[in-house]
Design a protein. Structure first.
Length: 571
């Protein structure tokens, strides 16, 4: 249909299974009104998957179902699925489900004349009409046909069975054992089915993994990869590896790491929903920082899920109490949840599927994985990288902050991880050893933090009974100093500073002494000058007096000689 986008193209009607992840990779469920073949070896979960398809349809989508079992009795089936929380008796009492057991014994069968499934069709039709069934399960076909040798008849009846189910308009699931080189023992069911799902239970290095693959699905697009799936107390859970895209929202909210100075180095904390990597060699304090981040989330009233792959919860609690951090109250009130297991307990896919389920059920705001380096023991570095990539994307899609702890071996590069996940990480904090003066001390710096103008300084990382302390690393002529060498250098600097202070004080006293001497000298000179000035004034006064007397004497002499009178007369 030219000009129509993929989202606008019509698709065949689908019946949702209600199974986590399966509806994602099938694009909405199984083909409605058509048969689906679920095949696999013994013990891979075919019967449980088919039963959950019926139970979810009856409880969640109001679609009653019929289960025809050729191996197990109705009582056995009810007991088997009760551990998954499925109550078949209750559904049967409410006319939501019919479970019938058809007993087929090879020793009681005598093959003569034409063989057909007419009797099965009658019983199946009656059961469908009894509850108005929309969904049907036949488990398993090998038991029904295993007693007959006429292959042509079997093929003919298989085709007729699938056509009959289509004509009734029921969504059918038929389970079948895997054959030798074929998907089923008859080698025909996969061709006449509209949808074929292959379940696989494999072993690798003594670790089991369950996987699911959609071999074909007529009339619709579907996922074609192998998907790990999980069977637990809640039933089936499929991990849709290809359903995650880079379309998650980026939050502008910052959350604290619980370490005030580290928050300052990160510009106020880390962004919510981002991934944080704490890497370093053994004993550098990676788990301690992760525990502080978990405690900070609990302080905010947020749930935290803590995966501990090396220590039990009680050991983690004890170790953190030694640095002044008590996680027990958060564990008791339910804000903190520990999941402790060895990485070799599952394969990588099963670990990922289990973690998905825990995260969906608990809905935490912070997830700690300590450490991720152990995953390499159950897979290659590339497989561990692929697993962590999917986990990071899943957590980002839920706006869940992720904290990964990675152990770096001494021979590895400091700014690299064995899983090669640095490109997936938003904030990378590197903890390292600094060896000087016959002792080893810890250092911390932020290697990168996307979207943040983070500090580029190296801080000395100190663990004590008071908690975590980040100090400024001393950088002097001899380079970076920490520990006792730093203390010795600081003592030298304090002594040098004191000597400088004393020298300055002595110089100030000397200058003060000179100033006072100079001031005294100036005072003496000023007094001498004042005395000389006074003497000068006296001399000037005496001279004026002498001058007045002389003037007076001249006038008197002139008068006595009558010089002035004569002069006047003459004038």
């Amino acid at each position: 249909m030219i000009g129509i986008t993929a989202s606008e193209r019509p698709s065949i009607p689908k019946a949702p299974t209600g199974i986590h992840g399966l509806d994602d990779i099938t694009g909405g469920g199984l083909p409605r009104g058509r048969p689906t073949l679920v095949c696999g070896s013994a013990g891979c979960g075919k019967t449980l998957m088919a039963m959950e398809f019926l139970v979810r349809g009856a409880t969640d989508y109001d679609e009653p179902g019929v289960f025809f079992a050729f191996e197990e009795t109705a009582d056995d089936l009810a007991a088997n699925v009760r551990s998954l929380g499925f109550d078949l008796e209750d559904l049967a009492a409410r006319d939501k489900l019919v479970v019938e057991h058809i007993r087929v014994e090879r020793s009681e069968i005598e093959e003569a004349g034409e063989f057909d499934l007419e009797g099965l069709f009658i019983r199946l039709g009656l059961a469908i009409d009894t509850v108005g069934a929309k969904r049907v399960v036949l488990d398993t076909l090998e038991t029904l046909f295993g007693g007959f040798d006429n292959e042509a008849v079997l093929r003919s009846e298989l085709r007729r069975l699938f056509r009959w189910l289509k004509d009734r308009g029921v969504t059918a699931v038929i389970t079948a054992e895997r054959g030798d080189g074929t998907l089923t023992r008859q080698g025909l069911e996969e061709y006449v089915s509209d949808c074929v799902i292959l379940l696989d239970h494999r072993m690798f290095d003594q670790v089991s993994t369950r996987r699911l693959r959609i071999v074909k699905y007529r009339g619709t697009m579907h996922g074609t990869n192998e998907y790990p799936f999980l069977i637990d107390n809640d039933g089936f859970s499929v991990l849709p590896l290809t359903s995650l895209r880079l379309d998650h929202e980026a939050s502008n909210e910052r959350v604290s790491t619980g370490i005030e100075r580290l928050d300052a180095m990160l510009g106020g904390g880390v962004y919510r929903g981002t991934s944080v990597l704490l890497s370093g060699t053994a004993g550098t304090g990676k788990s301690s920082v992760a525990a502080y981040m978990a405690a900070a989330a609990c302080e905010r009233g947020e749930r935290c899920l803590y995966y501990s792959f090396e220590e039990s919860p009680s050991q983690v609690l004890r170790n953190m109490r030694s640095i002044g951090l008590d996680l027990a109250p958060w564990l008791e009130n339910g804000l903190l949840t520990f999941v402790s297991t060895r990485p070799t307990f599952h394969g990588l896919e099963m670990h990922l599927a289990t973690m998905y389920k825990h995260i969906r059920d608990l809905d935490p705001r912070l997830v700690v994985v300590d450490p991720i380096s152990n995953f390499v023991s159950v897979g290659t570095a590339n497989e561990a990288h692929a697993m962590l990539l999917r986990l990071v994307d899943f957590l980002k899609s839920r706006q869940t902050t992720a904290v990964f702890v990675s152990l770096i071996s001494g021979a590895a590069a400091t700014e690299a991880t064995e899983q090669n996940i640095s490109s997936l990480i938003d904030t990378w904090v590197l903890l390292r050893d600094i060896e000087l003066g016959g002792e080893r001390n810890r250092g911390l710096h932020v290697l990168k933090s996307r979207g943040t103008a983070h500090s580029n300084q190296v801080r000395e990382f100190v663990l004590s009974s008071r908690g975590i302390e980040l100090r400024d690393v001393y950088v002097g002529p001899e380079g970076v100093l920490t520990g006792s060498m730093r203390l010795a250098q600081e003592a030298k600097e304090r002594e040098a500073a004191e000597n400088r202070r004393l020298a300055i004080a002595r110089k100030r006293r000397e200058i003060d002494r000179k100033r006072r001497a100079l001031e005294a000298q100036i005072a003496a000179l000023r007094a001498e000058a004042e005395i000389e000035e006074s003497e000068l004034e006296l001399l000037l006064g005496a001279e004026e007096a002498v001058e007045r007397r002389l003037q007076s004497d001249r006038v008197g002499m002139a008068r006595s000689r009558r010089a002035d009178a004569e002069e006047e007369e003459t004038a």
